[in-house]
Design a protein around this ligand. Structure first.
Ligand code: PLP
Length: 463
């Protein structure tokens, strides 16, 4: 019998998060304000509580996880490390494929790893209510769940196309006591402006972020803050618990090295979570291929530009240096809603510029094909975002076979797909085709970045 599951004890859950900002060979470029000057942490205070701002700008390598947060994470952490032996057999690959199963969290994805700490730090700071946006609904669910446990109100702006495609996600948020609205909505100036210009818009994460930020900063009592499910440094920090656990579990599986680390990347949080502890090893001399995988319909890493850009459509956020398609980009309504964000986390973006990370893109048809092979061999039904990572895993396993190498491949199984069956249904009935962003649309959208402050793409040239 071959072992397919590698468990840790509760006491082995990491007690510190890992901060890649401490080790990046070329440091992050600073966020800029509307005047093009670096922003000060003070300027973020209407949006985020000070304890999270402190984490956002920290360059400390290890940051303690408060005991009360660990107590909540123990409900589902440590998550299993599994080995995909049935997929390996099917592919006849000499590669050993391992994955961290983040689908076991109450909300069904990795996102609870940061929603819990974010809600907890806000509560500790005296905040009463959080607003946020959600794409596929995963983040909205994760934050609703966290607010329920920690004792905060929660209001979620959900991208319209997903609100319509995934109504059950809204119900989950309501079960956890949150309010959920379709975005663009009539409740904010940002929403009303977009609806006037584009009444039939499917919405986008960029629009929903504008609405949620506006809602938070316009609360005159000062007791509302905004919460973001990905992209920002502190969010990726919270997710590193995944990769840190994986390292301990690979040791239990008697693996001495990892050759390839893979994660799908929408804003970069589940990818950063599994990959950054291994990026640390790569920075310190290990040979590891680290691949963030995006959707070919929203190809900011493989075809976008490294530039300063806003995080949201109406330009309410600071300017961040990142791989981007331009903040006004509205991606095609693909089913992997979590991959429909116009830009990539600054930490991941700088890792790409430096050459530590090597991104790839897959289209929706390739992704569903991979998801079906996964279900046929391993049995589990994965989230449409996760299927992009699996498509890449399959390619890497085939490559190992062609090269005759016993590689160790690790990927992050970011969530289950049991709430995403509409997409599977469309694929099975032949209604979903592969879609890549056409070149002319790419050129047009990148033009919107003209006139933004230049982001200097610095690298050491070591990788
Ligand atoms: C949100 C989500 C993603 C993409 O978001 P990241 O910030 O890149 O992690 C990927 N997979 C699942 C299941 C998600 O819910």
């Amino acid at each position: 019998m071959q072992t397919t599951k590698f468990f840790l004890k509760d006491k082995d859950v990491p007690k510190k998060w890992y901060n890649l900002a401490a080790d990046l060979p070329t440091p992050l470029l600073p966020p800029l304000g509307p005047d093009g000057k670096p922003i000060t942490p003070d300027m973020l205070k209407p949006v985020f509580p000070e304890n999270l701002i402190e984490q956002e700008v920290s360059t400390k390598r290890w940051i303690d996880i408060p005991e009360e947060i660990l107590e909540i994470l123990y409900r589902w952490r440590p998550t299993p490390l599994r080995r995909a032996i049935y997929l390996e057999k099917y592919l006849k690959t000499p590669a050993r494929i391992y994955y961290k199963d983040e689908s076991v969290s109450p909300a069904g994805s990795h996102k609870t790893n940061t929603s819990i700490p974010q809600a907890w730090y806000n509560k500790k700071f005296g905040i009463k209510k959080l607003t946020t946006e959600t794409g596929a609904g995963q983040w909205g669910c994760a934050l609703a769940f966290a607010c329920q446990l920690v004792g905060l109100e929660c209001k979620v702006y959900m991208v319209r196309v997903s609100f319509e495609q995934k109504p059950m996600r809204k119900t989950m948020m309501q079960v956890w006591g949150a309010k959920c609205l379709a975005s663009p909505s009539e409740f904010t100036q940002a929403g009303r402006d977009i609806l006037k210009k584009m009444p039939d818009t499917p919405g986008s994460l960029g629009i929903a972020i504008s609405e949620a930020v506006e809602d938070a900063v316009s609360d005159k009592t000062g007791q509302t803050r905004y919460s973001l499910g990905s992209v920002l440094n502190h969010v990726l920090l919270h997710q590193t618990i995944i990769g840190l656990e994986a390292k301990k579990q690979l040791a239990i599986a008697k693996e001495k090295k990892v050759d390839v680390v893979i994660g799908c990347a929408g804003g970069g949080s589940n990818f950063g979570g599994i990959a950054f502890p291994f990026a640390y090893d790569k920075i310190h001399g290990k040979k590891i291929t680290i691949i963030p995988v995006e959707s070919a319909s929203c190809p900011k890493m493989t075809r976008g530009k490294f530039s300063y850009d806003f995080g949201d459509v109406s330009g309410m956020t600071p300017l961040l240096a990142m791989m981007t398609l331009g903040h006004q980009f509205i991606p095609a309504p693909i089913h992997a809603g979590g991959l429909r964000y116009h830009a990539m986390a600054p930490l991941v973006s700088q890792g790409i510029v430096e050459g530590l990370l090597t991104p790839k893109a897959y289209d929706q048809a390739q992704a569903y094909e991979a998801a079906l092979l996964w279900a046929k061999t391993e049995g589990f039904i994965c989230a449409p975002e996760t299927s992009h990572a699996i498509a890449c895993v399959i390619d890497e396993a085939k490559k190992a076979k062609a090269e005759g190498k016993q590689k160790v491949i690790l990927f992050n199984y970011s969530g289950h797909g049991l709430m995403d069956l509409v997409g599977y249904d469309k694929y099975l009935s032949g209604q979903l085709k592969g879609y890549c962003l056409p070149e002319d649309e790419l050129i047009d959208t990148l033009k919107t970045l003209e006139g933004f402050p230049k982001a200097n793409a610095r690298k050491t040239g070591k990788w």
